[in-house]
Design a protein around this ligand. Structure first.
Ligand SMILES: [Ca+2]
Ligand SMILES: [Ca+2]
Length: 405
């Protein structure tokens, strides 16, 4: 017989278990065990958190050390024999060429530097370059003056700008100008957060290689300083006159390393060996204050700091140096392994214009901002633009050596 559903009760209430017995209570022993287990779990979690807190930084350091070890394990590059093909042209040294590791390994980025400034250089790759002659120093004002005297050349910065190139500037306001660095009137708390145009570069009317800070400045006492306010096109004209050429980016870096293999700086792995400044860069918080511990605010006479292993001066700092390559952020991904000539065109993603490579950093490079005085670091500039911290030096092919002149 089918059971009848009791009135006033739901099916659900029927499904509940009957509380026939009182609930079980833990014994004192069980309570102790439960407490002990809880305490054990708590101590385990806390211990793990502490271990992560204590050991995580060293794990990161170990990772960096492991990366450095892997980098160090790469087979040693082979340098060519050091013998020059003839007598050195005046003011030049023979760079023998050979293999080298081009670029910056992440493990070599100096402590405290912003890795973002090296993003275009982080793909380390082995490259071979043929030997060549290179100027021992940046082209000086004295040398550039000889070129101008001989050719009557007028630099781009000294010419009336083309209104087509400056559509936002009223034509009547256009006048020859160049870019001059100045310490900002209001200190800048974080130069990486500056939006738009840099606040420390001024377009100064009348600034040119003859008037580095503007019309009221001149070259008095600066004969041996590197020429500045020369754009890429100006540098090419000088090279033609001097029977020389601009170095490729690979040639420039090979030379800057001075025969050292995979070192952070042109002279080794320490920025200030024996507390000595090895190049003209910027000390203090850029761009607000230059403590000039290296002895110079602005350009220094060429050769004021020790030469590198090939006898080249100022391959780090003083002024940026034009190279012949177009600039592309990702060129190292697919560049040829032998005598890379640079990409077929240039492009800078930030300003969305074509640029050429510059190398070596300048007196404006500081640890808190640019740090591009490393031999593997890359820079770039628009080919018709000049500035107070950009110059150049030349190279000459072995086939154009003095024996054949
Ligand atoms: Ca300096
Ligand atoms: Ca330089």
């Amino acid at each position: 017989m089918k059971r009848k559903h009791a009135p006033g009760k739901t099916l659900a209430s029927h499904s509940r278990p009957a509380l026939a017995r009182p609930p079980l209570r833990p014994t004192p022993r069980q309570r102790v065990l439960t407490l002990a287990m809880g305490l054990g779990v708590f101590l385990g979690v806390a211990g793990l958190a502490y271990a992560v807190y204590v050991f995580w930084p060293s794990a990161a350091t170990s990772k960096k050390l492991r990366a450095a070890e892997e980098y160090a394990k790469l087979p040693a590059p082979k340098l060519n024999a050091p013998d020059p093909p003839g007598a050195a042209p005046e003011g030049m040294v023979w760079i023998p060429g050979g293999e080298f590791y081009m670029g910056i390994d992440e493990s070599q980025v100096p402590e405290g530097s912003n890795i973002g400034v090296f993003m275009d250089a982080l793909k380390v790759h082995k490259v071979y370059v043929d030997g060549f002659w290179m100027d021992t120093h940046e082209v000086t004002n004295e040398e550039f003056a000889k070129f101008v005297d001989a050719t009557k050349y007028v630099t781009v910065a000294e010419k009336q700008p083309d209104p087509k190139d400056f559509p936002d500037v009223p034509a009547k306001e256009l006048a020859p100008f160049s870019i001059v660095f100045k310490i900002p009137e209001q200190p800048i708390p974080n130069p990486f957060k500056v939006q738009g145009e840099y606040l420390w570069f001024d377009p100064v009317k009348g600034a040119s290689w003859k008037h580095p800070e503007g019309p009221s400045s001149d070259l008095k006492g600066r004969a041996k300083h590197p020429v500045v306010h020369v754009c890429y096109l100006d540098a090419l004209e000088y090279c033609k006159w001097a029977n020389k050429r601009l170095p490729t980016e690979a040639e420039w870096e090979f030379a800057a390393r001075g025969g050292l293999d995979r070192k952070t700086y042109c002279w080794g792995d320490e920025l200030n060996p024996g507390k000595k400044w090895m190049c003209n860069n910027w000390q203090g918080y850029f761009p607000n204050a230059d403590d000039k511990e290296d002895g110079f605010h602005g350009t220094a006479p060429v050769g004021s700091f020790p030469a590198n292993g090939y006898g080249l001066y100022d391959m780090a700092g003083n002024v940026w140096e034009w190279c012949s390559d177009w600039y592309q952020l990702d060129y190292y991904e697919n560049s040829p392994a032998k005598n890379p000539p640079g990409p077929k065109s240039g492009f800078d993603f930030h300003e969305r214009i074509a640029k050429r490579v510059q190398r070596g950093g300048s007196f404006l490079c500081a640890e808190n901002f640019c740090t591009r005085y490393l031999p593997g670091a890359r820079g770039k500039g628009e080919p018709t633009s000049a500035a107070s911290h950009v110059g150049f030096r030349c190279v000459r092919d072995a086939s154009a050596s003095v024996n054949k002149e």
